[in-house]
Design a protein around this ligand. Structure first.
Ligand code: ZN
Length: 297
């Protein structure tokens, strides 16, 4: 079981899958394989699968216990979901032991008090719902689901999210619409403190209204960075956007701001898809940045 602590807040990682994912040249249109030679850390098997030339990609939730709140941050891909788009084959009709992995952290679905969706992409909303008797129902029956008001509106406007990324629509239909219809969604804004010591922050670019989640206090804090970056190589190449970054220039500016602030604050970053140890800090490296994987004790 993966666990760390920020101040008096416990953080667990709930794995859905950890396996080779995208070819970096597909995920990053600006990809240059020289980065692996320049920064040997990035060629480690934790991050790069040499046999296939693919990036090791984690699909997971972060689980945060803050006071009485049991908070699931992002919900992976989900079981039983039809994902026919070619790039999303690895998310198609999954049957993975995510709920058992949650139980290994001492948490049952009914114990979860809050779910936070940083943004509404296919790999961040999947376990919002589960299939019961042919219907999608909330996986966490006692939780409020926190979504950004503007992010949800973006996907409810046919001229926006669905037009920009039509391959994302099936996830909205089976993993977002049903929780909205169930009346369990609370719409939130950047700046909201959703639980004591748990605050939302704007990190736009990957989606126009993506939010990060900050925990702890200045000098001892953590930031769940959603998809500000997918892989450590973007710490060294901050101008490399993924092909799924919807507002490219804004995504770059946000990435650089988050890294600069993380250096200054000593903040532990908890990204969504980075391989073991799954979290880390940022150091300055000349004009740029370097990754400092979290030391696990
Ligand atoms: Zn993602």
């Amino acid at each position: 079981m993966w666990r760390t602590r920020i101040g008096d807040i416990d953080v667990f990682r709930v794995e859905e899958m950890l396996r080779p994912g995208f070819d970096p040249a597909f995920l990053y249109p600006k990809y240059d394989p020289a980065v692996l030679m320049e920064h040997p850390l990035l060629a480690r098997p934790e991050y790069f699968h040499a046999e296939t030339g693919r990036l090791i990609s984690s699909m997971q939730s972060w689980l945060v216990r803050a006071g009485r709140e049991v908070i699931v941050i992002d919900t992976g891909c989900g079981n039983d979901k039809v994902r026919e788009h070619l790039a999303f084959q690895r998310f198609h009709m999954l049957d993975l032991p995510y709920i058992a992995n949650l139980a290994a952290c001492g948490v049952r679905p009914e114990d979860v008090t809050m779910v936070i969706n940083t943004h509404l992409h296919v790999d961040h909303v999947g376990w919002n719902t589960k299939l019961v008797d042919g219907r999608w129902v909330p996986t966490f029956p006692n939780a409020r689901y926190i979504m950004g008001r503007a992010e949800l509106a973006h996907w409810q406007d046919p001229s926006k999210g669905p037009a920009i990324q039509p391959e994302g629509v099936p996830a909205i239909r089976d993993s977002v619409d049903p929780v909205v219809a169930a009346g369990v969604v609370d719409l939130a804004e950047p700046g909201d403190e959703v639980a004591p010591g748990v605050r939302l922050e704007a990190v736009p670019g990957h989606t126009p209204h993506q939010m990060a989640v900050r925990i702890g206090a200045a000098g001892d804090d953590g930031l769940f960075t959603a998809d500000v970056f997918h892989q450590p190589m973007q710490i060294y190449r901050t101008d490399w956007n993924s092909r799924y970054c919807e507002v490219p220039e804004v995504a770059i500016a946000t990435r650089r701001r988050v890294f600069a602030e993380a250096v200054d604050g000593g903040t532990v970053l908890f990204p969504s898809h980075t391989g073991f140890p799954f979290a880390g800090r940022i150091a300055r490296d000349g004009q740029g940045f370097a990754f400092v994987p979290l030391e696990m004790t």
